[in-house]
Design a protein around this ligand. Structure first.
Ligand code: G3P
Length: 217
């Protein structure tokens, strides 16, 4: 399963990419709004740091505007994937943009029927938001399971990009279900490394080694 960083923060991206586990980046207007400077310049810089797809979202709400903006975003760098919000306008824009050879990530997906429709118009990625569903007492991971099951029945070529992840269990469950990608905030990626028994185990190994060395002296 591929792991993307869900962030527009250069410092976070720079610190995680050298670990060798990062396959791409997703951004959204809220994430880019947190960063200073020109968002398009920032996206350009992000593309130089990662050898993989970088999702950049349109803010237009009508099809023509989304297509126009999508073309501009795609022109920033070959790694850019145009992100459009789910809806009739978004799906029409997705169809046009994919017809022109651009990759599109359909975002704000909260039901299996929405994912199916996005796949039908040629989306490269669909982004179910698991954390936001959990927030309203609905299982986000159940939705991921349903989408994976539907996509296994056909040959859409659309990847399931699990978004709005909040903790390591989301990532583990997504991998068990066979989701293609999880995009995670930097703190969630950091948490994937941690286990108290690893730390305790290493401390004990080093102590035992040190004791044996001291006895030999
Ligand atoms: O990038 C879209 C998604 O991952 C947003 O997550 O935490 O704002 O629900 P969140």
């Amino acid at each position: 399963m591929k792991i993307f960083i869900d962030s527009g923060n250069l410092q976070d991206i720079r610190s995680l990419v050298p670990l060798g586990i990062i396959d791409g980046i997703t951004t959204n207007p809220s994430l880019l709004a947190k960063e200073s400077g020109d968002p398009r310049q920032l996206l350009k810089e992000i593309c130089t740091l990662v050898r993989g797809p970088v999702s950049a979202e349109v803010v237009a709400t009508d099809t023509d505007g989304m297509v126009r903006e999508g073309r501009e975003l795609a022109a920033i760098d070959k790694h850019i994937v145009v992100k459009v919000p789910f809806g009739k306008e978004g799906l029409k824009a997705c169809r046009t943009l994919t017809g022109e050879g651009h990759r599109v990530n359909v975002t704000l997906v909260f039901s299996p029927s929405q994912a199916l429709l996005a796949a039908k118009v040629g989306a490269s990625y669909v982004s179910p938001f698991v954390g936001r569903l959990d927030d309203i007492s609905t299982s986000g991971m159940e939705l991921v399971g349903q989408i994976v099951e539907i996509f296994q029945n056909y040959e859409f070529g659309t990847e399931v990009l699990v978004a709005s992840t909040r903790h390591a269990l989301h990532i583990v469950e997504a991998a068990r279900m066979g989701a293609d990608i999880c995009t995670c905030p930097p703190a969630v990626i950091e948490s994937l490394f941690k286990h108290p028994l690893t730390d305790i185990g290493l401390e004990r190994f080093l102590k035992d080694w040190e004791k044996a060395q001291a006895a030999r002296r």
